[in-house]
Design a protein around this ligand. Structure first.
Ligand SMILES: Nc1nc2c(ncn2[C@@H]2O[C@H](COP(=O)(O)OP(=O)(O)O)[C@@H](O)[C@H]2O)c(=O)[nH]1
Ligand SMILES: [Mg+2]
Length: 359
């Protein structure tokens, strides 16, 4: 497949990527990749602290967030396995169902094979299938579930954040900044998405909210130069951690490549070991398209880990499992909402059970 074809699919339907920068854009980016996903109402760049709500544990946030995914599977299994023996046809139906939940062909095959071995010809309940599924999923996720572990002796440890427009980069940076600030770390942010004033403003809001300095320049400024100077400033201040935001709305792969590679090259002039992490942020609502995004970005920069966002807005949470199986890249964190506390490193067991709708 040509790079252009892949890129076309990657950006397909996202008109913002092709559109020239516009001052009229909202402060936050409402990408709405699919009509069914009513997740990103982005008129207000400050959704976090200002929305009063009863405190929820992370586990219940996770379960609530994954409801769309788990109910799709639960309903499918209910339809398939009401008083039905596990014969060849049932196994085939099950495999098809699992594939439609974005879990990936490999996972679907493993689960059906295991059931065929142990339960063939017997009555099985949807719950038993879920148990097997949750175990398999947890096993696949265990090796990739790795929290971001910065080396704070670097001062700063530099994290470059990449991904297509609207995937949740800026929000993820804000959420991570909060996580590390809460751990007592000195964190700063660089507004490397210099295309629109609104993108810079959005990062500044997160900076204010998390009490982290934001290094920003005017719209249209050179992103690489900005990253270079932000690193110098962070180093002078003795910051533990610097997150560098980037633009993902370039019109074609060549532009994206040139821009990101330049940022990396220039960062290395400041510290040849940097960037210490390159996080690729993926919007889970795009489903299988996330695979192409990983391919494209891996081609451009050396992606060191993934963050999956908007798991709360989609029935396609299974895509995380398929990505884990295919790319084996660390998944550092997942996002299940727009608020600062809606991002956490994930626990493979809790995720697997929530995804299939088990308590
Ligand atoms: N529901 C939900 N919305 C999210 C999540 N992460 C980001 N968003 C929203 O998605 C939109 C795009 O995010 P943004 O950080 O601006 O993406 P960027 O263009 O990659 O920087 C914003 O409206 C965010 O509030 C998430 O985990 N869940
Ligand atoms: Mg952004």
């Amino acid at each position: 497949m040509s790079g252009k074809g892949l890129f076309g699919r990657l950006f397909g339907g996202k008109s913002e990527d092709a559109a020239p920068p516009s001052e009229a854009d909202a402060v936050t980016v409402p990408p709405a990749p699919e009509p069914e996903e009513d997740v990103a109402t982005a008129d207000d760049p400050r959704p976090a602290e200002i929305v009063a709500e009863a405190p929820q544990s992370w586990l219940s946030r996770l379960k609530t967030g994954l409801t769309k995914s788990s109910s799709k599977l639960t309903q499918g299994l209910g339809d398939l396995f009401t008083k039905r023996k596990l014969d060849d046809e049932a196994l085939e139906d099950l495999e098809d169902l699992l594939i439609t939940t974005d879990l990936g062909v490999g996972t679907a095959a493993r689960v059906t094979k295991r059931l065929a071995k142990t339960r063939f010809g017997q009555d099985v309940s949807a719950d038993e299938i879920k148990q097997v599924l949750a175990e398999e999923v947890a096993q696949i996720l265990a090796p990739v579930a790795k929290p971001l572990e910065p080396d704070f002796t670097r001062k700063p440890h530099v994290v470059l954040v990449v991904g297509v427009n609207g995937s949740g980069k800026t929000t993820t940076i804000g959420k991570m900044a909060k996580l590390f600030k809460d751990q007592g770390r000195q964190v700063s942010l660089a507004a490397g998405d210099t295309f629109r004033a609104a993108a810079v403003e959005q990062l500044k809001v997160w900076g204010e909210r998390t009490n982290c300095p934001v290094f920003a320049r005017d719209t249209g400024a050179d992103a690489a130069g900005l990253a270079f100077d932000a690193m110098a400033e962070a180093a002078a201040r003795g910051d533990d951690l610097l997150f560098i935001d980037t633009a993902g709305r370039l019109q074609n792969k060549a532009d994206l490549m040139e821009e990101l590679r330049k940022v990396v090259r220039v960062i290395k002039k400041q510290d040849e070991t940097a960037p210490h992490d390159v996080l690729l942020v993926l919007d889970a609502t795009v489903g299988q398209n996330a695979h192409s995004q990983v391919e494209v970005f891996k081609d451009i920069v050396s992606v060191s880990g993934l963050v999956l966002t908007k798991l709360d807005g989609t029935a396609r949470g299974g895509v995380l499992v398929a990505l884990a199986e295919k790319f084996a890249l660390p998944v550092h964190a997942i996002g299940v909402g727009e608020k600062a506390e809606d991002l956490r490193p994930f626990d493979p067991n809790a995720f697997a059970r929530s995804l299939v709708g088990l308590d």
